[in-house]
Design a protein around this ligand. Structure first.
Ligand SMILES: NC(=O)C1=CN([C@@H]2O[C@H](COP(=O)(O)OP(=O)(O)OC[C@H]3O[C@@H](n4cnc5c(N)ncnc54)[C@H](O)[C@@H]3O)[C@@H](O)[C@H]2O)C=CC1
Ligand SMILES: O=C(O)CCC(=O)C(=O)O
Length: 442
């Protein structure tokens, strides 16, 4: 039996993020494979690390000066064993095939944990929406969809937003899909409310992560009341995580970007939260604007993890928190780390938190509220009905509680009590590979 990590490394030596995501899963599921020889016989590990399909395409578009620009785009259709491919689109200059494969791979397990019938996929482009006009963004989205539309559909593949893709972009993507197919269907989630979106979808990832954190804290007889929290990204997930933390009596004291971080010991709330909410999501402006506007400390070239906190919630990008950040957090008394971004902690940082007894929520469990609510949007679209805010929020809360319990149960069952990383990987893995086996070698 070949070592799967060696296979992945030798096939795709230039995809470190993908290898990292696979390594974490392989470490977790080793006891499962040992106890279930059937999984080895069906070669499930070798199959699950290979995308079912990857579409790569060029996206030509015309900028405001009349100049033709070209970007590269992908849709990674990773696994459809338990439902149509499902996962967001990322527009960011760092996007490449390896990053999208890691995101699509994570999505497979995450979507399985929600219990909703969704397979995993991820799309994206190296297009940078920063500094682009509305019209440029629209032309880019239209050109992107002019190719993607033939590969997706409400029962085939249902994309959504991710970094750099919010309600505005989903609107432009949907408009083009509708024009090309002459169909009004739930082919994208994260739609605006007045044309098929779901209440609570914008808030869902941030709220869901805080619901997960509440469950973890309950095990230590604690609540969010009085907790000091550090975050990084201040886009969609950062904004709504802060809103929920404030509501539950916590206080968020940082926000950050690639240039440095803002320290606001008074907490990001009220008028300040409203200002911050628009800063990236609408204007794509740097974090420093917040410091300038409210007279807070701006710390250039450093990361927010050096600010003492009870809870750290990385909310920007992969590998934004490394071992030395983890050591600083632990030294400063941090009790819990919640991965709200996808794979924001390096493997070494995640291992260190576990070793030191810090509560550690892995992304595929903690940020699953977003895609879960996308699943609820799909259900509402299929039924041609809209649920109330309370209905969606209580389903979201129920799903997050269930994911928390599922992770604990799976980890316990395989001899790793309290290890949320192992629990999330094992539970997601078993659900997906059982479905793959049921469906034969396809
Ligand atoms: N939007 C969603 O529903 C979900 C998002 N996620 C993950 O959450 C994270 C954030 O996503 P969103 O808030 O949706 O994106 P967003 O586009 O709304 O916000 C992105 C944030 O990251 C910051 N950022 C961009 N480039 C950066 C860099 N090079 N260094 C540091 N910061 C940088 C931006 O300033 C912004 O604050 C990503 O890892 C995404 O995959 C995970 C689950 C669902
Ligand atoms: O809502 C969705 O379909 C995707 C959300 C997403 O991209 C993620 O969970 O990372």
């Amino acid at each position: 039996m070949p070592d799967i990590l060696e296979v992945v490394k030798s096939r795709d030596p230039h995809q470190p993020e993908f290898l990292q995501a696979v390594t974490e899963v392989v470490e977790s599921v080793a006891p499962v494979l040992e106890q279930n020889p059937e999984y080895r016989r069906h070669n499930v590990l070798e199959r699950i690390v290979e995308p079912e399909r990857v579409i790569m395409f060029r996206v030509p578009w015309v900028d405001d000066d009349g100049q033709v620009q070209v970007n590269r785009a992908f849709r990674v259709q990773m696994n459809s064993a338990i439902g149509p491919y499902k996962g967001g689109c990322r527009f960011h200059p760092s996007v490449n095939l390896g990053i999208l494969k890691f995101l699509a791979f994570e999505q497979v397990f995450k979507n399985a944990l929600t219990t909703l019938p969704m397979g995993g996929g991820k799309a994206g482009s190296d297009f940078d929406p920063k500094g682009k006009s509305d019209n440029e963004v629209m032309r880019f989205c239209q050109s992107f969809m002019a190719e993607l539309f033939r590969h997706i559909g409400p029962n085939t593949d249902v994309p959504a937003g991710d970094v750099g893709v919010g309600a505005r972009e989903v609107g432009y993507l949907f408009g083009m899909y509708k024009k090309l197919t002459n169909e009004f269907t739930g082919v994208l989630t994260g739609k605006a409310l007045n044309w098929g979106g779901s209440l609570v979808r914008p808030e869902a990832t941030g709220y869901g992560a805080v619901y997960f954190l509440e469950e973890m804290l309950k095990l230590r007889d604690q609540t969010m009341e009085g907790k000091v929290v550090t975050i990084s990204g201040y886009g969609n997930v950062g904004t709504y995580a802060i809103e929920k933390i404030n509501e539950l009596g916590g206080k968020v004291v940082t926000l950050a970007d690639e240039y440095g971080y803002v320290h606001d010991p008074e907490g990001i709330k009220g008028e300040k939260l409203a200002f911050m909410a628009d800063l990236w999501t609408i204007y794509r402006r740097p974090a420093k604007d917040y410091a300038d506007r409210f007279g807070c400390e701006w710390v250039p070239g450093r990361r927010p993890w050096e600010v003492p906190c009870d809870v750290a919630m990385p909310t920007a990008l992969e590998n934004e928190l490394d071992l030395s950040d983890a050591e600083t957090l632990v030294k400063n008394g941090c009790q819990a780390v919640v991965e709200v971004a996808n794979m924001p902690c390096t493997l070494e940082a995640a291992h260190y938190f576990k070793e030191k007894g810090v509560l550690f929520a892995p992304a595929k469990a903690a940020n699953a509220g977003g895609v879960a609510t996308s699943g609820l949007e799909m259900s509402q679209n299929s039924m041609r009905l809209s649920w109330s805010r309370d209905e969606v929020d209580s389903r979201l809360k129920g799903i997050m509680k269930n994911i928390h319990a599922t992770c604990l149960h799976a980890a316990e069952q395989y001899g790793m009590p309290g290890n949320y990383v192992a629990g999330a990987n094992i539970a997601g893995f078993i659900k997906v590979v059982d479905a793959m086996i049921d469906q034969g070698v396809v």
